[in-house]
Design a protein around this ligand. Structure first.
Ligand SMILES: N[C@@H](CCC[C@H](N)C(=O)O)C(=O)O
Length: 326
């Protein structure tokens, strides 16, 4: 039987959507991990690789359009993906002809909707990012017995930088930096120590973002992702960074924040559900479909990609024009 994968991106954070409802049987856990590692490879992977696979299956939850699982390029599973969920929202919305609906993720059914276009020809979707927690247990964080980490140095990581850790619900470590540090080697050094081998602070790894404040409600975020490495953008990272920018840098609740990233730009909204600091965010950005690839399930499982081509849409040209005009 044949499988069609949709190549997508949000701010150039790129994925294959694997709709498992088209298969006679769901992939086993091992197959899903192996397929992701194979297709995602930047060299020798499927049509240039990707940052991961977004597996779509039916949801058992009443009234929920589908279930998304996020598999990082290294085969590890993440609880959420902010750029990915916008593309899955588009995929399910167009398939089921719905504009506003929920998608099941590991820890929550999240509200998504088709949003006004950021620019002509840019399909734009908006996604709820929640639940938010600062608890060390939710972050799987072990830093000097702290129950939360807010604007503190971790001397083993850096003598200069201050970090805040937040789960949204995947774990993020956020540091505010100047422009030189944003682009310099520190992010790679710190994040690869925390992700590419054993470390005592975040044994399960953590997404690390450096944030430069560009103005009121305007930031730039660069992220090194757990399970991937540097990506062009990380949606949950930009949402986490927006929350911390509100809490520590004086950006505004309930007012759009412009978040630039190496792959483009998104908008975020930071909400405070109550006075009980029950925060949640919305992430608004492109959901670009660059093409589809069709191959047999046997070839997908055997990583036989030699004759496979991407059937391109014209959306990437519109996206590149959009970014060129930012
Ligand atoms: N790129 C994603 C996040 C993907 C998961 C992350 N690497 C993790 O392991 O938590 C996003 O857009 O949020």
């Amino acid at each position: 039987m044949n499988v069609t994968l949709t190549k997508v991106h949000g701010s150039e954070n790129d994925f294959f959507i694997l709709d498992q409802t088209q298969l006679d049987r769901q992939l086993t856990e091992n197959e899903l991990k192996q397929v992701t590692q194979n297709v995602a490879k930047r060299s020798g992977g499927l049509v240039g690789g990707a940052d991961g696979v977004l597996s779509v299956t039916q949801s058992e939850h009443p009234g929920v359009a589908g279930k998304m699982r996020v598999i990082n390029a290294d085969g590890s599973e993440a609880s959420m993906c902010g750029n990915g969920i916008r593309t899955v929202a588009r995929y399910l919305g167009e398939k089921q002809q719905q504009e506003t609906f929920k998608i099941e993720t590991m820890y929550a059914d999240l509200m998504v909707k088709h949003a006004p276009s950021l620019a002509p020809g840019i399909a734009t979707y908006q996604a709820e990012i929640s639940p938010v927690s600062f608890a060390a247990a939710d972050l799987k964080m072990h830093v000097a017995d702290l129950s939360e980490l807010h604007h503190k140095k971790i001397p083993a990581l850096s003598q200069q930088l201050y970090f805040t850790a937040v789960a949204v619900p995947n774990p993020h470590l956020i540091g505010f930096v100047d422009h030189t540090t944003l682009l310099g080697p520190e992010l790679g050094r710190i994040a690869s120590y925390l992700n590419d081998g054993a470390n005592p602070y975040f044994p399960d790894g953590v997404n690390v973002s450096f944030v430069e404040v560009l103005g009121q409600n305007h930031i730039f975020v660069r992220t090194y992702e757990r399970g991937v490495g540097f990506t062009n953008a990380c949606g949950t990272g930009m949402s986490a960074a927006s929350l911390i920018t509100v809490l520590e840098q004086g950006a505004d609740f309930e007012s759009p924040i412009t978040v630039r990233n190496p792959g483009g730009v998104v908008k975020t909204l930071v909400h405070d559900r109550s006075a009980a600091q029950n925060y949640w965010m919305e992430l608004i950005g492109n959901a670009t479909f660059t093409g589809v690839v069709t191959l047999s399930l046997a070839d997908l499982l055997a990583a036989n990609f030699a004759d496979v081509e991407l059937q391109k849409t014209d959306e990437q040209t519109a996206y590149q024009n959009f970014v060129a005009n930012l």
